[in-house]
Design a protein around this ligand. Sequence first.
Ligand code: FPP
Length: 253
Amino acid sequence: MLKRKKQPTEPSKPMPLHVAVIMDGNGRWAKARGLPREEGHRQGVENVKKIVECAQSLDLRYLTLYAFSVENWNRPKHEVNALMRLLESFLKSQATDLVEKKIRFRVIGRLQDMPKRVGKLLEKTIEETKDFDQWTLSLALNYGSRTEMLDAVQSYAKAVQRGSEDPDALNWETLQSYLYTGNMPDPDLVIRTSGEHRISNFLLMQSAYAEYYFARENWPDFGPECFRRAIDAYCARERRFGLTGEQIQSPSS
Ligand code: FPP
């Protein structure tokens, strides 16, 4: 397992290994400017590129972005189509960049139900970057924590039927390995932009011990400076994992 790095400015506080972001407020960003919602999403994608670069420069090993939820299919058809087109052009324009920057690309969510063309591009990008192991960018697409849990339990039940799992030996480590994130560390920090204070079915089990950071800015305005502020806020917090502050400060007490 990778060790968390110490932050240069705060020698005693480790940097997060995994940061996850609920990118909210594209629609409001556009509305405030009299622009169509799609333009908010387009600016949102531009910000994704900046934040990926910033996360790598901070040496954050895992960045997970909530780009499309299982519920988002219920949005107006033209908005869903616009989001799929943006995803397609993001993948076309960024695939080479990801390879050059040695960033492994992953998807969490029901990839099999994504539109065929997008699905193919996603699989191609995953394949082309699968051997990089220093930085990982994951997009949560067609993602929801509850469907993730259903998929995990179903796969586990099938493994029991095949005889490759023993239900009497079930523990959290085994069950979590069936989640889409089975091969990733849990998020240390979950950021939500746009002033909303909801979790919206995002990484519910994985965030059991995560720190949350709620930012007022809409996603297109949540640039690298805001992102760094969120990381600084995380570094200033004390994580206890159910222990007392004294135990954390002097582990032998
Ligand atoms: C929430 O804003 C945002 C989304 C539902 C989609 C997030 C998508 C992107 C940032 C672009 C796609 C990303 C990639 C990597 C291609 P909202 O529309 O709910 O905003 P609102 O709450 O202000 O209406």
